[in-house]
Ligand binder design. Sequence first.
Ligand SMILES: Cc1ncc(C[n+]2csc(CCOP(=O)(O)OP(=O)(O)O)c2C)c(N)n1
Length: 379
Amino acid sequence: MISADDFIVPAQKRGYDFYTGVPCSFLTPFINRAISSEKTDYVGAASEGEAVAIAAGAWLAGRKTVVMCQNSGLGNCVNPITSLNFPFRIPTLLISTWRGQPGLKDEPQHELMGQITQSLMELMRVQCMAFPPASDEIADALDIAEKNIKESNLPFGFIMEKGSVGSEELKQLPANPKPMGPYEDFRSGAIVANRYQTLEKVLESVSDEAALIATTGKCGRELFTIADRPQHIYQVGSMGGASGMGLGVALNTDKPVVVLDGDGAALMKMGSLATIGAYAPGNLTHVVLDNGVHDSTGGQATVSPHIDFAQVALACGYRFAATTDNLAGFGEALAIASENDGPSLIHAKIKPGSIDNLGRPTVAPKEIARRFQAFITKG
Ligand SMILES: Cc1ncc(C[n+]2csc(CCOP(=O)(O)OP(=O)(O)O)c2C)c(N)n1
């Protein structure tokens, strides 16, 4: 058995000091220390997939990251690990517990995942090894992880057995929710613009210093078609992960960060609104481009006509929210968001549809990630 600091301190010396994840009882002492240690930043995520996206954002802003989860949560990580970390070559240290370890008595829901934890990691191209059980094995384990990450630029996994880390007190600050932020309704009564026109308005309105993170599907393809700049991420996969990534970036830079989300994607990871509202980075603007459909896959309806994203955001702690259905109102909402402390959410009601012969990003995701990281960290 080791103490949490036996791992956290040498990991921090190697640069790993941004932690995010969802707890597991096997992780309790380790996660308690990641929360209380002054050497680490910790973001409690709503889901493990969101944690992977937050960590990816933090890495894009220059941090070295650790994602902690129960192995049940590995299932929630599969999509971002395979369609975000892999194509963009974004590494993280992934510490997963080993509930259901064969030979040990555990609950029935952990049996199958316990049998496949290591092979699932390897299937996802995540090289992994046992979480070091003794303090004299930690430096070597971290060096193996570092070497692997340097070579592959992919996540590296540690599988943590029960009782690996000695107990730690849970010391956390009480929640301090603020009164609900202001709301503006800029609707004129008729939806006039589509996503392409709204993205053009974003580019015309936001500062050249702003980083833009576009959700999967036609949003990123359109943004690339309108303008390709180093401060753009076209999230080709990881549907729903744009907001988590935006949070990870925004918490680690002073530059403005604008997330360009879809209604389907925002609904897929709605827990991220809660995390953003609670961690409340002042420089984050979250635009939900709501065409009422999964436009990129043929226009199948989402449930967004039932959802008031602006009110959801305010209830989650966003500092400002607005609803718009026209470009002038959208521009006004963006101006308020950029002049005031966020996070802000702009619920932009738009028409479905795109342009004819829409292209796709021609810059490789790995290159996009690295030029974005350079944009955020240099200057
Ligand atoms: C996890 C996952 N499920 C499904 C898809 C397929 N998919 C790609 S884009 C898309 C629609 C996204 O809808 P929305 O966020 O509303 O954006 P829009 O296409 O309307 O711009 C879907 C379902 C995917 N890429 N990833």
